[in-house]
Design a protein around this ligand. Structure first.
Ligand code: SAM
Length: 236
């Protein structure tokens, strides 16, 4: 996807950090070379009718969205392992985006598009029932009660996720912070269009088959923290 508009100029404020340390030469180069090529232009994002063909210029057998991909380790593995699937990655953190773009410099990029801002803008732009799945992996916990409204999983956001998921499409949420797991579980269970796929504790205590851990998940595991894997399916 090519755009004359600089993706950087289009970004708006989201909660949390946008930028920390300065970028290495390699990351800066990857950022400059690839962001405008792979970034979804803002002008594409109105109307609520966006489908894979509009984003990639071709249809894909399935389409997934990863919200808050961090350094993109999970997204990279998924896009490389599934060339027939389109992936959209949303991440407002400049250093994370640059790390991801640097990491995929030598990979085929036909099936990846990125958005460096609030993932909900992408969700709102998508047509009904276009996604096979959404990953929300280790989202920011916002532990203080006065900040809970900033959490990406909110009842109104869950409703939006349901709208863009196909029947049978998956909402996969992970965290190693128990109060956040409870929060995400409660809001997803409260949506009648979603079905929790877990039948027994091991189902949410162990990763789904073929799971690619994220950076946060690895860091947490190294400190002995236990990850919850909350997999929901949109009812037909
Ligand atoms: C705790 S990090 C986890 C990163 C990665 N998923 C992992 O597990 O390693 C949460 C990420 O969500 C991103 N984020 C926060 N709000 C977001 C939003 N509204 N849309 C997309 N990403 C967001 C942050 O920039 C941050 O990189």
């Amino acid at each position: 996807m090519h755009s004359d508009t600089s993706a950087l100029r289009e970004i708006r404020r989201v909660y949390g950090r946008r930028h920390t340390r300065s970028l290495s030469t390699a990351r800066q180069a990857a950022f400059e070379n690839l962001l405008n090529v792979l970034h979804i232009p803002k002008e594409t994002l109105d109307g609520g009718n966006l489908a894979a063909k509009d984003l990639f210029g071709q249809d894909f057998s399935s389409l997934w969205l990863e919200i808050g991909f961090g350094n993109g380790a999970h997204l990279k593995q998924e896009m490389e392992a599934n060339p027939g699937t389109g992936f959209i990655g949303a991440e407002p953190f400049v250093n994370g985006m640059a790390a991801f773009l640097d990491s995929i410099e030598d990979s085929p990029k036909e099936n990846i598009r990125v958005y460096m801002d609030d993932a909900m803008t992408v969700v709102d732009a998508l047509a009904d029932g276009v996604l096979d799945g959404i990953y929300i992996l280790n989202p920011d916990p916002w532990p203080k009660k006065r900040h809970w409204k900033r959490r990406i999983v909110q009842p109104e956001h869950v409703e939006k996720f349901v709208r863009v998921l196909k029947p049978g499409g998956k909402l996969i949420m992970t965290t190693d912070i128990d109060p956040l797991a409870e929060w995400m579980l409660t809001h997803a269970i409260n949506n009648p269009a979603l079905r929790w796929t877990a039948g027994k504790p091991e189902d949410w205590q162990t990763p789904p088959p073929g799971w690619n851990p994220t950076k946060y998940e690895r860091k947490g595991a190294a400190k002995g923290r236990r990850q919850s894997y909350l997999v929901f399916e949109r009812r037909c």
